[in-house]
Unconditional design. Structure first.
Length: 193
């Protein structure tokens, strides 16, 4: 059997490491697990949560981000996480139990009732998030999902390494808000939900 190498990368969130198995993880969408209960949908996420230190698991297109609890040390947790990932991928196990198809809420299903009159603005916002914001956020081991637009305010949800990252507020305000305001003058503010 060929030896498998899983690369690891630091993320802007010191509690989160990004693991790259060198193969696709999610064919479509992303999936965020913030609790052991949510992780029951995935044998891999569930196994990671059994380590005890793990507080979050995120599946991206070609990576898995794992977040550990405050006070935990990656020097202790990393070998265990790598062991679980290697076992999973070496055995070609499914990512999800069949009853729970794998991807998160599609970006289009917003929590806020978007006003049909804003359709053109919303399309511009979604396009910018898809082409400019999501690829950059994926590099950091996370994802960002459009949740709504209301009276100039854009609502976004941070996932994976970006959720709870100390620099995510700065990213949201300085990076994403500036970008959206520049291209879409109707945007006055960006908020995390």
């Amino acid at each position: 059997m060929a030896t498998m190498l899983i690369e690891t990368e630091a993320t802007p969130n010191p509690a989160t490491l990004k693991f790259l198995p060198g193969r696709p993880v999610m064919e479509v969408g992303t999936r965020d697990f913030a609790s052991p209960e949510e992780a029951e949908a995935s044998p891999l996420a569930e196994a990671l949560f059994t380590l005890g230190d793990v507080t979050g698991v995120f599946f991206g297109r070609d990576f898995i981000s794992v977040t550990i609890a405050p006070g935990s040390d990656w020097r202790d947790a990393k070998p265990d996480v790598l062991g679980i990932l290697l076992d999973h991928f070496a055995a070609n196990m499914p990512l999800f139990r069949t009853a729970s198809a794998g991807f998160s809420v599609p970006a289009e299903s917003a929590d806020f009732g978007d006003n049909p009159e804003d359709a053109e603005i919303i399309e511009q916002i979604k396009d910018l998030i898809e082409t400019r914001v999501r690829p950059a956020v994926a590099n950091d081991g996370g994802d960002i999902v459009y949740r709504g637009f209301d009276q100039g305010k854009v609502y976004l949800q941070m996932q994976g390494a970006c959720a709870g990252c100390p620099s995510s507020t700065a990213t949201l305000k300085n990076g994403i808000e500036q970008l959206l305001k520049h291209y879409v003058p109707e945007v006055t503010e960006v908020r995390a939900v």
